[in-house]
Design a protein around this ligand. Structure first.
Ligand code: PLP
Length: 447
């Protein structure tokens, strides 16, 4: 009964993010009630394995009491402090320092946001400030990658290259440009890693030449493209793109909103790519979903340039909830848990997940298996030889998602017929095996 009335209230009043305004009316929203570790319970009492850590964010797993206590302590002591006008609070100051210690290279300056979209949006504004301060205001063209996702703020949605985020209005704007994705499984140059890297480098150079070397402000890349379908570039691809940007003096922005905080193994994926970006964005795993928070990391030179340009004037960018003390207290505790064994557990669980998913290659519908650490995907096809995608009526994300749900598994599905996995790092071996096993069962009843 309770569920029915909630479903009705939901239909009438709650606008859901990235959901059909009509789609949920037929079936009704699924209401989650409680969770512990990697297991969530819905309002019908059904237990599901959360193979997607909420939305690639609950990296610690659910029900971590010490995080709850850290938040409660901070709320009692000081629930809010503005960061405006040179006021601050202890938790965000400590968090910025801890993160700077762990960040690649000289990414020593950190601006806290409420999530990933506003972190990306903030980079656009800081980059514009940067080029003005450098005396090159004409560097106002931005390049990102097809299949990339950089959030859905008004400006960030234009760096995002998924059509659903653009339909019906102006984005991407005229100053936002794209180059092709590395998408190894479906790359027109074939699957050879070196050929893919060379093609991407050539395309980036050509795009820079087309726009004008002195016009390009920044290039954005996810170390692994997440919402585009978990697209893992060949080893060396990220570094090759970073090197092209350095050659032309273009700022390289690494969007680690998904890949940060142990998702692929290390705290930041850039560390295993052996690159230092000029700016980096994070969110999700920063607070493991227990409170909203994102961050922009800036290198010494980006920060100093903006500082010099502004002089004693305020840099006009900020939100009421920037550097929120409760979110910062949560993030500090989350970091302690990661380094108290969760990163190691994630690496072990990730190996098991990848091995398990690789074992699905014998299934007639599995065209590709890819991933790194606890970030993975299985791409479904009806003809392996020709890589023919699933028929349109089976593809829609909700159809696959519904089937997985019936089998006690939460995964994400992407429009081209891809299952995505991002389980909490705390998953037990048995839970990992169940994720794989339940996927096989879902595949057996697909088509
Ligand atoms: N950047 C990347 C790479 C993301 O995957 C996401 C969200 O999935 C975002 C930015 C936007 O983050 P948020 O949803 O917290 O606004």
């Amino acid at each position: 009964m309770l569920t029915n009335s909630l479903i009705e209230l939901d239909r009438q009043h709650l606008v859901h993010p990235v959901s059909s305004f009509r789609g949920h009316e037929a079936r009704g929203v699924r209401v989650l009630k409680s969770a512990k570790g990697a297991i969530v319970r819905d309002s019908e009492g059904r237990e599901l394995i959360d193979g997607f850590a909420g939305l690639w964010c609950v990296n610690t797993g659910y029900g971590q009491d010490s995080i709850v206590e850290a938040a409660a302590r901070q709320m009692r002591e000081l629930p809010y402090a503005t960061g405006y006008f040179d006021i601050g609070a202890e938790a965000p100051i400590r968090l910025a320092s801890e993160l700077a210690d762990r960040a690649p290279g000289d990414l020593n300056h950190i601006y806290f946001t409420l999530g990933g979209s506003d972190a990306v949006d903030s980079t656009i504004r800081y980059i514009r400030y940067y080029w003005h301060a450098k005396g090159q205001p004409n560097r106002d063209q931005f390049i990102s990658i097809e299949q990339g996702y950089h959030g859905s703020s008004t400006m960030g949605a234009g760096l995002t290259a998924l059509p659903a985020f653009h339909d019906g209005f102006g984005a991407p704007y005229a100053w936002q440009h794209k180059i092709s994705s590395h998408y190894v499984y479906r790359n027109p140059v074939g699957t050879d890693p070196q050929a893919i890297i060379e093609a991407s480098v050539a395309e980036l150079r050509a795009k820079i030449a087309e726009l004008g070397e002195d016009r390009v402000a920044a290039f954005y890349a996810e170390p692994i493209q997440g919402s585009g379908g978990v697209l893992v570039p060949p080893t060396g691809w990220v570094k090759a793109m970073r090197d092209v940007c350095a050659e032309y003096g273009i700022l390289f922005v690494a969007d680690e909103v998904i890949t940060g905080f142990g998702r692929t193994g290390p705290i930041f994926a850039c560390l295993e790519e052996d690159i230092v970006p000029d700016l980096m964005t994070v969110a999700k795993g920063l607070t493991a979903g227990y409170a909203p928070m994102g961050a922009v990391f800036m290198s010494d030179s980006v920060y100093e340039t903006i500082a010099q340009g502004a002089g004693p004037k305020a840099v006009g960018h900020g939100f009421t909830y920037s550097a929120h003390p409760v979110s910062a207290a949560v993030a500090l505790e989350v970091l302690r848990l990661y380094e108290g064994g969760l990163f190691e557990r994630g690496i072990e669980a990730g190996k098991r997940l990848m091995a398990g998913l690789e074992g699905l290659r014998d299934h007639p519908l599995v065209g590709d298996v890819r991933g790194r650490g606890m970030l993975a995907a299985v791409e479904l096809v009806v003809d392996k030889e020709k890589k023919t995608p699933l028929p349109a009526e089976v593809q829609p994300a909700t159809r696959l998602l519904d089937r997985a749900w019936e089998h006690g598994l939460i995964v994400r599905s992407f429009p081209q017929g891809v299952f995505g996995y991002a389980p909490p790092l705390c998953c037990t071996d048995d839970e990992i095996d169940q994720i794989v096993e339940r996927t096989r069962r879902v595949l057996d009843v697909t088509l």
